[in-house]
Design a protein around this ligand. Structure first.
Ligand code: FES
Length: 402
């Protein structure tokens, strides 16, 4: 799936931050408006592997009875590390169980802050802690932003973006929508947002505010599964029938990009519907929150024959140091083999979703079990998800610093 301006060369390199003077005024919006580049739009001048940082919680906001947003107080000296793109995620390592979890950023880099939303999941250790115990001023271990769930924006372009979100899938979507609307004055946005009821709509007021502010450019349709409404369009779930009903509203052939985030069933239903309708897969961007169970099952069913006994000499570069390890062709993955050797490698979900473990393959070949996070142009440029990669050549070189 390629963004509007694809390619690894411009992936991390918007050209409007001056290291000497900080934020730079640049002509940005039409009608002679100017925009100050915020600290969170500064993009890293060099790419290095991600690590955890202990960061203070600045603000906690109850978004719904079962969801809080957490804004972090990023210190000045770490602002460049935590620069992000709309739609990216961060990994939080919990002090309670030492587990890593990826959360999408719900703020826009234009808002000059970094905020994630955490929704309670049944028996969820961290989400329960975040909702019941976490306080402003507490510290959390967080890793620099990762993820490719965005396209490059350009104030000069006039595009039509269609979004489908369900539940907490709104988190990266609202970040993208806010950024698109503020950055591209000629672009239009349609959002279909599924929830159980009005009470569970995350960012309800903020979405209404955006609708009022961008009346002619932002169309919002709520779909509620446990609340009756007058219109069949607004009642039920985002599934193929609903998409058929909604199609006149979002006009498939006119959309430039589709973004989908939510539970697995909804994501694959929307993706399949759009593909069947003839939409190029490069226009469909989706992000999963959890391990995609159904697709994993399919994958397990068609497991390739084992590649017996062979192993590869894998050179792993991270933080400027290179380690040479042996990695069998079957298991573990390159990431796990590196972790087993005590190398401090970045990862979060280990399910091929969050892209925190992304690295560039400089030599050799690997086979990925699955890839739900990298865009096609990243794969073409040689990027791999090391949590899913198995070597397929006697020698491989993997670089986390690129
Ligand atoms: S750790 Fe999340 S994709 Fe590899």
């Amino acid at each position: 799936m390629a963004p509007a301006s694809p390619g690894p060369d411009n992936f991390h390199q918007p050209a409007h931050y001056c290291p000497q003077t900080g934020p730079v005024l640049i002509p940005f919006l039409t009608n002679a408006e100017e925009k100050v580049i915020t600290t969170f739009e500064r993009i890293k001048s060099t790419t290095v592997a991600r690590h955890f940082h202990r960061i203070k919680v600045k603000k906690i906001t109850k978004e719904t009875p079962e969801c809080v947003s957490i804004e972090f107080d990023i210190p000045e000296e770490k602002l460049e590390l935590f620069a992000y793109k709309q739609g990216q995620n961060i990994t939080i390592k919990s002090d309670i169980d030492d587990k890593r979890r990826a959360y999408s950023i719900c703020s826009s880099p234009l808002e000059n802050k970094l905020t994630v939303a955490v929704k309670r999941i049944p028996d969820g250790v961290f989400s329960t802690f975040a909702l019941e115990k976490l306080k402003e001023g507490d510290e959390l271990e967080i890793m620099e932003p990762a993820g490719s769930f965005y396209t490059e924006l350009n104030p000069a372009q006039s595009k039509y973006y269609v979004f489908f979100a369900a539940g907490s899938g709104i988190t990266p979507i609202i970040s993208i929508i806010k950024t698109v609307l503020a950055t591209e004055p000629e672009s239009r946005v349609a959002l279909f947002y599924g929830n159980k009821s009005v009470a569970t709509i995350i960012f309800k007021d903020e979405l209404e505010g955006l609708k009022d502010k961008y009346m002619n450019r932002f169309a919002l349709t709520h779909v509620l599964s446990k609340e009756q409404t007058d219109s069949p369009l607004n009642t039920g779930r985002i599934d193929p029938e609903k998409l058929k009903l909604a199609e006149p509203l979002f006009s498939i052939s006119k959309a430039d990009d589709f973004f989908v985030c939510g539970p697995e069933a909804m994501i694959f239903a929307v993706r399949d519907y759009l593909v069947d309708a003839g939409v190029e897969s490069s226009k469909i961007h989706f992000e999963l929150f959890n391990t995609p169970v159904a697709e994993e099952k399919k994958k397990e069913e068609k497991q390739p024959e084992a590649v017996s006994g062979e192993e590869s000499d894998v050179a792993i570069t991270v933080d400027g140091r290179t380690y040479e390890i042996k990695v069998p062709y079957e298991t573990p993955t390159i990431l796990d083999a590196g972790l087993d050797m005590g190398i401090d490698l970045p990862y979060s979900c280990k399910s091929g979703v969050c892209t925190t473990c992304r690295a560039k393959l400089l030599k050799g070949e690997v086979e990925m079990d699955c890839n739900y996070g990298l865009e096609d142009y990243e794969v073409e440029a040689g990027y791999i998800l090391t949590c899913q990669s198995h070597p397929r050549t006697p020698e491989c070189e993997v670089d986390y610093d690129q």
